[in-house]
Design a protein around this ligand. Structure first.
Ligand code: NAD
Ligand code: ZN
Length: 345
């Protein structure tokens, strides 16, 4: 059930950076990072029937076996077999790596390892997409854009006219803002510590900005004052646990829903007073915006093809693979959104 992909374009998501830094995540080295990518199906392992060489595909960091209780449920994308596992560095079938250097294994990352000209993935982690879709653009749909968009439209589900807060205005947060705009939200409040994010965020439908550093009280109180008691929906896309708590506590009692998306440090603990939940606020979380990779992602690519979803505005840089370190610099400095890395010079 394994396939070999030729990666043509990949991009950098903050999750790669956290596990590469390994400061507050489990270290596992040497390892090939990368999980947001587009490529071509190159060769097929035993048991694979529904893909053929030459198909255009997006590898996805979480899979869909189509057989387990999660895959059969309409409510879950947490496949029993292939759900995201940040600590596994080997293939499922034999517990071994498909990469090596001088006889020593190099570990996989998120079942995808796309910072490589070729990679081997489980067929359940591959979405076959429209061959006319430009891979240098739609590669960003394989993680960040779908995650933010799905967190808003599939999980937070803001009713038309609602007020929404988005914490973290990187690519994932701005995709969530885009989802709020598509859903017809009337106010979209962007929250970020980096003021450089605010100007560009207007293109994504963000109508108001809050920088927690500009206030001497908790940002949830600032937002409650701006919105007569709290927002109807909030989506957290920072990875910072304090932002997660604020994102929850800033939703209106009675009906507010908060959705956590950011990947926290391994020791982070979410603390809030239970009365905040008793007062009829809802806290949720999601991987990959609750999309099922194989069943749903081809249709997200179609939204791009039909011009319902713009992905170009998320792409701010492009570099050849030999200059991949520049992509890390941009992300660490908070410059731009997505940097596309071309495998061919
Ligand atoms: P990014 O670095 O481009 O954007 C994060 C933004 O959050 C930055 O602009 C930063 O200034 C801001 N920020 C950080 N701490 C903050 C705080 N305390 N308050 C307000 N803003 C703050 O990252 P990205 O690639 O957009 O990813 C965002 C998060 O989503 C990361 O944690 C990433 O690991 C996670 N992620 C989760 C999934 C999933 O399926 N759940 C998928 C992809 C990415
Ligand atoms: Zn499954």
């Amino acid at each position: 059930m394994e396939v070999r992909l030729k990666i043509l374009y990949t991009s950098l998501c903050h999750t790669d950076v956290y596990f590469w830094e390994a400061k507050r995540q489990n270290p596992l080295f040497p390892r090939i990072y990368g999980h947001e990518a587009g490529g071509i199906f190159e060769s097929v392992g035993e048991g694979v029937t529904d893909l053929k060489p030459g198909d255009h595909v997006l590898p996805i960091f979480t899979g869909e076996c189509k057989e387990c209780a999660h895959c059969k449920s309409e409510e879950s994308n947490m496949c029993d077999l292939l759900r995201i596992n940040t600590d596994r560095g080997v293939m499922l079938s034999d517990g071994k790596s498909r990469f090596s250097i001088r006889g020593q294994p190099i570990y996989h990352f998120l079942g995808t390892s796309t910072f490589s000209e070729y990679t081997v993935v489980h067929v359940g982690c591959v979405a076959k997409i429209n061959p006319l879709a430009p891979l240098d653009k739609v590669c960003v749909i394989s993680c960040g854009i779908s995650t933010g968009l799905g967190a808003m439209v599939n999980v937070a589900k803001p009713p038309k006219g609602s007020t929404v807060a988005v914490f973290g205005l990187g690519a994932v947060g701005l995709a969530a803002a885009e989802g709020a705009r598509i859903a017809g939200a009337s106010r979209i409040i962007g929250v970020d510590l980096n003021p450089n994010r605010f100007q560009g965020a207007k293109k994504f439908g963000v109508t108001e900005f809050v920088n927690p550093k500009d206030h001497n009280k908790p940002v949830q109180e600032v937002i409650a004052e701006m919105t007569n008691g709290g927002v109807d929906r909030s989506v957290e896309c920072t990875g910072n646990v304090d932002a997660m708590i604020s994102a929850f506590e800033c939703v209106h009692d009675g009906w507010g829903v908060a959705v956590l998306v950011g990947v926290p440090h391994k020791d982070a603990v979410f603390k809030t007073h239970p009365i905040n939940l008793l007062n009829e606020r809802t806290l949720k979380g999601t991987f990959f915006g609750n999309y099922k990779p194989r069943s749903d992602i081809p249709s997200v690519v179609e939204k791009y093809m039909n011009k319902e979803l713009e992905v170009e505005k998320f792409i701010t840089h492009q570099v050849p693979f030999s200059e991949i370190n520049k992509a890390f610099d941009y992300m660490l400095k908070g410059e731009g959104l997505r940097c596309i890395i071309r495998m061919e010079e």
